[in-house]
Design a protein around this ligand. Structure first.
Ligand SMILES: CCCCCCCCCCC/C=C/C(=O)SCCNC(=O)CCNC(=O)[C@H](O)C(C)(C)COP(=O)(O)OP(=O)(O)OC[C@H]1O[C@@H](n2cnc3c(N)ncnc32)[C@H](O)[C@@H]1OP(=O)(O)O
Length: 364
């Protein structure tokens, strides 16, 4: 609405002040200073404060902005304030019309729900009836969602699960559809794809956070070593039963887990398949913090929203400094793990374990 020809009433002014509090998107320092100056001018008249010292940067910037309005009459300042707030309307519309908690949702995913809100892109595994097992389609969709999240305007990216599981790991039916080229070709193609998939986590440029809402198995656990923070419900468990499945570690865990938790503890998990509780995983350094399930979502999302308000460039640069010296090593480990797994998938040990699960003879 063009209000320049109108006189803003005191009521309009108060409404605008309330609207500013509801702004969803930070309008930036320049606009905030302008709003501050116009507010002061409209309520107190020309700048009447002593000039702050040069080292009092914030108050000095505020003083400069207010002082720059000179002798602008209170009424005109009030009008300018209302106009400025109304020019921020796209952000206001989204804040006032969208129900609290309603996300901007990306369509085009079958196995995920991807949403973006409050500076956070949330990638949620969405096959709850299958305990969020990762089928081939989901591997591809996670890669696509991560690539999009690395370029969108979000500050941090979160992976979580829908339902009672975080994820039961690789969908064991991935091994069943054998192409005309036979099992060797299937194993080779899967190794190439797995390497690309894990590579997306190694190279992800923004802070990547796991919100582990329930049990996690296999690759959904190993990848956690490539995340920047892992928050877990006390219902979560962490299980990598690779030997039971005739397989071997992936997700760079053969390198990250011994570093994170000590070689002996990593061996118990990765070779002997010891399942850790959330508390144990936290004590071993794999999990950042554990929360009671009853307050998990509330506490974690409050924290994540605060993280997402931190300066984005500082977050990315700090992550890069930490990841930089490890990146090459991680890619080499990933390549080697995929190569070893390719052989494992062709073994009788692996075939029997998958057949036993699919014929309902065994579970973990
Ligand atoms: C880029 C493309 C790459 C392709 C790459 C292919 C290969 C990459 C491989 C990478 C290496 C990964 C390794 C791993 O992740 S190893 C871990 C594999 N996971 C498992 O072994 C878990 C198997 N599941 C279970 O043991 C149990 O289901 C579980 C303990 C998780 C839950 O038991 P519960 O009794 O509570 O529930 P149900 O068993 O009744 O499960 C409900 C339904 O969900 C199906 N389900 C669950 N998990 C899986 C799974 N991992 N794969 C396939 N299906 C799964 C289960 O069968 C039930 O289905 P139905 O209701 O239809 O019976």
């Amino acid at each position: 609405m063009n209000r320049t020809a109108m006189r803003a009433s005191q009521k309009d002014f108060e409404n605008s002040m309330n609207q500013v509090k509801l702004l969803k998107k930070d309008p930036g320092n320049e606009v905030k200073l302008k709003l501050y100056a116009l507010y002061k001018q409209a309520t107190e008249g020309p700048c009447n404060m002593p000039k702050p010292g040069v080292f009092d940067l914030i108050n000095k910037a505020k003083w400069d902005a207010w002082n720059a309005l000179g002798s602008l009459p209170k009424e005109a300042a009030r009008q300018n304030y209302v106009d400025l707030v109304s020019s921020l309307s796209p952000s206001l519309e989204s804040s006032s019309q969208v129900e609290p908690g309603t996300d901007r949702k990306s369509t085009g995913f079958e196995t995920l729900v991807v949403t973006s809100e409050d500076g956070i892109t949330k990638i949620m595994f969405n096959r709850p009836k299958k305990k969020n097992a990762i089928n081939t389609e989901m591997y591809h969709e996670i890669m696509r969602a991560l690539k999009a999240a690395s370029k969108d305007d979000s500050i941090i990216t979160v992976l979580t699960g829908n339902g009672d599981y975080y994820s039961s790991g690789n969908d064991l039916t991935n091994f069943t559809d054998i192409p005309p080229g036979g099992v060797e070709e299937k194993a080779k193609n899967n190794a190439v794809l797995l390497r690309e998939f894990v590579g997306c986590f190694i190279d992800f440029p923004k802070p990547l956070i796991a919100v582990v809402n329930g049990p996690a198995v296999g690759i959904s656990v190993t990848l956690l070593g490539l995340f920047d923070a892992v928050y877990a419900s006390d219902r979560a468990t962490f299980h990598t039963p690779f030997s039971h499945l005739g397989q071997s570690p992936e997700g760079c865990s053969s390198y990250t887990f011994p570093k994170i938790m000590s070689p002996a503890k990593a061996t118990e998990m990765l070779i002997f398949g010891k399942k850790l509780t959330a508390g144990e995983a936290c004590a071993q350094g794999l999990v950042t913090e554990v929360f009671p399930d009853s307050t998990f979502q509330k506490e974690v999302w409050t924290r994540l929203k605060a993280f997402a308000k931190l300066p984005p460039n500082a977050l990315r640069i700090s992550k890069e400094v930490i990841r930089k010296r490890e990146r090459e090593k991680l890619h080499a480990v990933n390549a080697e793990e995929c190569n070893v797994l390719q052989g494992r998938w062709l073994s009788d040990e692996c075939t029997n374990a998958v057949v036993n699960f699919l014929s309902r003879k065994s579970k973990l």
